[in-house]
Write a protein of this length. Structure first.
Length: 209
């Protein structure tokens, strides 16, 4: 497969494009303790999943509204730094005519906060698929299949960029090639679910895709 046949680049957001994953881990660790989440590894188990899925699987319905408010207040105050090398990589893809999408479990409110801080960032992307646009959370491939369809690409002509185990599995199940970012999980564990593993985008040559 080469860059003449792979036409779509599908990016997860947190831990791939923006350096926010450690802050989310700590937020959900504290929230899980506060509201009695049912797993000691809760903050890691939920990575890549939608807020709706988190609430329905782990918390009683009477506290859902309170947790949603807590999440949005946290995200409104959060700083959204773009990882080193990301913008140059996106520019290079764009110059070669690739179509690009963000595929995130984040909701539309969080995306508003992100683009408020990074107003030009959305210009790189032809499609943005949020958690509100899918029924099934990662590791289900629905989000990536939706993005490929909206870009007008076959899934097999796409490359997925992911960091979480759930997201990597979703990418594999979509039929796309998978590039794993070792920003959240150990390199050797990411390698089990990815075709290529990188620590940052400045390591990756587009010709290798």
């Amino acid at each position: 497969m080469n860059d003449m046949t792979i036409r779509g680049a599908l990016f997860d957001l947190d831990g791939v494009l923006i350096d926010t994953e450690p802050l989310y881990t700590e937020f959900w660790r504290k929230t899980g303790i506060e509201y009695g989440a049912d797993s000691p590894t809760f903050a890691f188990d939920i990575k890549g999943t939608t807020l709706t899925d988190i609430l329905n699987r782990h918390f009683d319905s009477e506290v859902h509204a309170e947790i949603i408010d807590k999440v949005h207040r946290f995200e409104n105050e959060l700083v959204y730094p773009v990882f080193y090398g990301v913008k140059q990589f996106l520019e290079n893809l764009k110059s070669r005519g690739w179509k690009m999408a963000i595929v995130t479990s984040s909701d539309d409110t969080k995306m508003k906060y992100l683009f408020g801080q990074q107003p030009d960032f959305s210009d790189y992307f032809d499609v943005i698929v949020t958690g509100s646009m899918v029924t099934n959370s990662k590791p289900d491939p629905e989000g990536y299949l939706t993005a490929a369809r909206l870009l007008g690409c076959r899934p097999g002509d796409c490359v997925v960029f992911e960091d979480s185990y759930q997201g990597l599995e979703a990418g594999r199940r979509s039929g796309a090639k998978v590039v794993g970012l070792a920003t959240t999980n150990p390199h050797e564990k990411v390698a089990c679910l990815a075709d290529i593993v990188i620590d940052s985008f400045d390591e990756l040559n587009i010709d290798d895709l």
